[in-house]
Design a protein around this ligand. Structure first.
Ligand SMILES: [Zn+2]
Length: 282
């Protein structure tokens, strides 16, 4: 028997110990760039831009449409889902990966295509969702973008696509690569119809999306500090056997080298798009 034993019952505790701590998780966010601790509410009020260093946090597709469009918008083709044509399995089955993403994000694939008004002007506006398998473009994203372009043509409305993507969806193999050609062909028809298309590139826009619709805008504009490229820097360094310059593949570098038409801070984005549409449509 132990030489000391508590013989009285411990005082009744009304709240279990794990609940006695004040919950602060999620209230504060650490900035990925300047490491400042920012109050989440302040960050949200500032359109997810760090108030200290202006670092642009990633914005999801729904927030993006809320920010750009005036109130209500009509979503199109929301029920379209991938058929998993290759029955692809990597660390887990592709079908399961899709199910998990659908459950987490309450959407069926990595893009929302919508019709609404931007500062009073009718537009077709699409926003990609990076949280959905890296915002990758498979058959569904390709088809939805193509239909959005066709809607633009039929209804004679300008098109805006906000890209945020790791590229083509490898789990759909060649079918995902075929989307590049399909979307590019649809954009050529939009061009024939003399309707404006503004591409907005956000962090990150890479791979097959850069290689197709993201770089095919009448204007290609980007948010500050966004990673934009085709292959990643490591692959390029290994191929050309040279060290890449500082800031390579960031919006500002690309603007300087003529790949982009403008770098627009998030708070000015809606105003910029509205002014540009006025110019292009008049
Ligand atoms: Zn910061």
């Amino acid at each position: 028997m132990a030489w000391f034993k508590r013989d009285k019952k411990p005082i009744d505790q009304p709240t279990p110990p794990e609940e006695r701590r004040v919950r602060t998780e999620g209230l504060w966010v650490k900035c990925d760039s300047c490491r400042a601790i920012v109050f989440r509410k302040d960050l949200e009020e500032n359109l997810l831009v760090c108030p200290k260093c202006q670092f642009h946090f990633r914005m999801d597709a729904k927030q993006r449409l809320q920010m750009l469009l005036d109130g209500h918008y009509t979503e199109h083709d929301a029920s379209m889902v991938s058929t998993d044509p290759l029955k692809f399995v990597d660390t887990k089955p592709y079908a399961k990966r899709i199910k998990d993403a659908q459950k987490k994000l309450h959407m069926n694939d990595a893009i929302i295509t919508a019709e609404g008004q931007l500062a009073g002007k009718n537009v077709v506006c699409c926003a990609m969702e990076f949280g959905f398998i890296g915002g990758s473009m498979g058959a569904v994203v390709g088809e939805k973008v193509t239909r959005a372009i066709e809607l633009s043509i039929e209804s004679r409305q300008p098109l805006i696509i906000v890209s945020c993507s790791g590229g083509a969806r490898m789990m759909e193999g060649t079918i995902s690569l075929m989307q590049l050609a399909k979307v590019a062909a649809a954009l050529a028809r939009l061009d024939d119809e003399k309707l404006p298309y503004i591409s907005v590139l956000t962090d990150p826009t890479t791979g097959g999306v850069t290689a197709s619709f993201a770089m095919l805008g009448d204007l290609n504009i980007a948010e500050p500090g966004a990673l934009i490229g085709f292959a990643g820097p490591r692959v390029i360094e290994q191929t050309i056997r040279q060290k890449l310059p500082e800031g390579f593949q960031r919006s500002e570098f690309l603007l300087e080298h003529g790949f982009l038409d403008a770098v627009v801070p998030r708070k000015d984005l809606k105003g910029f798009l509205s002014n540009t549409l006025d110019l292009l449509l008049s």
